[in-house]
Design a protein around this ligand. Sequence first.
Ligand SMILES: *Cc1c(COP(=O)(O)O)cnc(C)c1O
Length: 712
Amino acid sequence: MAEHQLIVRLRELARNLWWTWQPEVIDLFRSLDPDLWESSGHSPIVFLSEIDHERLTSKAEQMALDSRVDYAFRRLKDYLKNSKSWGAIYAASLRSRPVAYFSMEFGLHESLPIYSGGLGVLAGDHLKSASDLGIPLVAVGLLYSEGYFRQKLDIEGWQQENYPHNRPDLLPIEPALGADGKPVRIAIPTRNGTLHAQVWTADVGRTKLFLLDSRVPENSEWDQSLSARLYGGDARVRIRQELLLGVGGVMALRAMGVHPSVIHLNEGHSAFALLAEIEGEMQEQGQSFWEAAREVSARSVFTTHTPVAAGHDRFWAELVEENLGLFREKIGLSYEDFLGLGRVHTHDQGEPFCMTVLALKLTRRANGVSALHGEVSRQMWHPLFHGRRLEEVPIGHITNGVHAATWIAPQMQRMYDHHLPIDWRARIRHPEVWKSIDSISDAEFWETHQILKASMISFVRRRLVAQAKARDESPETLDKLSRRLDLDVLTLGFARRFATYKRAGLILSEADRLIDMVRATGKKIQLVFAGKAHPEDRLGKELIQSIVRKTRQEAFEDWVVFVEDYDMNVARALVQGVDVWLNNPRRPQEASGTSGEKALLNGVLNFSVLDGWWAEAYNGLNGFAIGRGQTHVDPHVQDSRDHADLISTLLSEVIPLYYERDKDGYPRQWIARQKAALTSLGWRFNADRMVMDYAERCYLPAAMGVSCHIPI
Ligand SMILES: *Cc1c(COP(=O)(O)O)cnc(C)c1O
């Protein structure tokens, strides 16, 4: 292979985010230069822009990499061509008019930082599965020039936020081209000046992701910075971002000649898209607003993601009018009628405009993201459906799942390759595929887990040392940190956003007593924490600080570590390598939760409050429950009861089971539980099952004009 062809092929591999779920391709880049791979933030594009080409070709020659590159490249081409996918058979009717999936954030990989947490990662996993399944789907989001912040903790343990600059030329994106072959530009007139945007496109396997970007010279400086940060601005910024996403997104699709048959809103942020679709129908069909609204709502799907009030955007009338007043006139609605679309009580002038309400009023199909969350959402939005009984509120549920190839460790995938049916990836949603887990010997299962645990430990140590170095800590401290965590000690992981309801501090809320009680058992545990607090969330930052202070006290230093800058990279290391995944939200506020599903697919046991996905997953033998699913009107009572349950289950079940070893040193009962988790749950909590559910229950009926709502 000539030199340039090697580089051309590597570039092509780098440009399609397909590589993010191909362990061999990742390995290919890493093995060319491991240090550069790390320092490039796992971005093949940055990597290729920095590596010396001579060095690359000589290294490639030395390692005989040509054939591997060639093979990866051919696999990508075959993947893109594959016409025998599930979607080609079952979703062919969407081919000429795809599903359009709107989301404020997409978590595809740490090197494309346009996500903050679970919502974005879920959207990323949705696109990957849609691509694997061959379901015709295009996605719309925003390109953030700074994205979400990177976290650093200062010497006091206080969170510092740094905003990286996302250079488009170093991201896997290209300008999107219109039907005329020119870069797409859109313009949205508002009372506050016209908002302009350019559009980028990213390839996620076979799925296209379009990203709107307001950094164009036609915009005022303020509008140019509009798409700088995800969840960074006030209501004034937020509503304009949502205008850009929803209305701008529909305009962009039109400019590219994409006419979606189904609109799927991943959370209410993008609900203005429905108005833009309605406007399009009015123009094309000469319909009234309400006629067009009926048609659009029949082919729209809305997924709500949280019962937490702050998660539902509400805007005052003036802001709505400032941004959407001209649009409102275009669709012929009065000021009051328009605002009524976003109010529970249509005529209540004191009620702000809520994006979730708008989405619920303008879609025929709505769903929560777990069975329990569906139920909670029906209660929450019951007032919107006057005269209907609670069970008749048209909000069903489709439980979240995670993208298997993205989240399962390569070593674990190899073990599955050896023992599950050969096509387990393609048939992951079938229970019988997972039955073969039982044919894996305990020894192989356990050793594979231990290898992953060891690599998690070395990952954490490296990060702890790097963090401490950045704070100029002493060589003795660095040395101590480089030996933190013990392979033989039961290790619990807790990593998530530090939102109050997730109660990151629960397990440590009487830490001294906990230490004493664990000591009394003669056994040890260690805790690995990670997570970011929203920049405006003082309480969340204080919580981080209190945990970090513990990690620096002698009494706790063997117990607790905190890994900074939680992102998909940190998430992967932890969900693949800890023994237990701890999850203790205040039920019923965790709509689904997905990190526990990632842990599950890696054979890691969940230890969780019966909330979100775990409420429907736990069967008594496939993990551990905290409490029995109780709630209490007084959150303090609920917290102290859950704390007591957490500690007692930890001491009476989790610790004994882990340390009960047979003569060969294997914890047989523990391994049995790990296997039981996979056989009972592996087929359900993956993104292929989720996306197929969306296709079968929503996309196809919606596209065919079958009117029914998502089952409860
Ligand atoms: C999976 C994931 C989440 C979501 O985790 P939850 O369990 O839903 O809180 C958040 N952030 C990152 C980086 C993730 O990978």
